[in-house]
Ligand binder design. Sequence first.
Ligand SMILES: [Zn+2]
Length: 279
Amino acid sequence: MFSRKNLRRSRKKTELKNGLWKKCKQCGEILYRKELEQSYWVCPKCNYHFLVGHKTYIDLLLDDGNLDEIDRNLIPTDPLGFPKYKEKYRSSVKKTSMKEGIISGTAKVAGIPVVFAATDFAFMGGSMGSVVGEKVARSARLALAERKPFVMLTGSGGGARMQEGILSLMQMAKTSAEVALLKQENIPYINILTHPTMAGVMASFASLGDIIIAEPGALLGFTGPRVIEQNIGVKLPPGFQRSEFLLEHGFVDIVCSRRELHDTLVRVLDILVNPVRKG
Ligand SMILES: [Zn+2]
């Protein structure tokens, strides 16, 4: 026979399964899904940042949640005939309703016109193949042509996409060169780094911003800490490659909660776009 306590527990289990509740991965608290959505998927108890996709960031950061998308129909080829690449690509398209692991376009942030792009971890780890690189490059070129700040958000644990081999790797040089042109013309380039941003993405366009903003606890680096430890046989310091560690060591400029990300971005844009203020 079910006791009342068991009944409650079993009801909670069913509701967790049905997605009404979500368990925080960090503190274990059971959280009401609707409240989590309203707080942009940040745990109210421990500030854990759940992994979210590009749509959440578009809603959070852009005026009216509106992105005027460009290059929507660019899709990759399979130049190496890499085993199972086509299947993986197709399943990512199905899972995310995206045609590639990046979305880009023009938008406004608190009325300031910007070019905005975001990679999405849910699409093959947010990895950079030829199309992702090309869309970053085209976004930078558009920002240059229209003299608008370029806001680039990344969630790219996959780095350069191995299925496209050297064509993926060359995107590192290409995207780095394109964003360097913005610097020459004094057009602001802002990186927002979310968990995880690694490898070929981090080692190119994701770490070249004038201002680098990171979400708390995000893993940001080139090679992951476990691989480094195995290779050099040294125990790494606690928090290595996390946002806070990188802030302390000068690689990241601002660590801010997703709940404050919009206001922080507005402040940064305002300072960079309107540098001279009348007293
Ligand atoms: Zn929590």
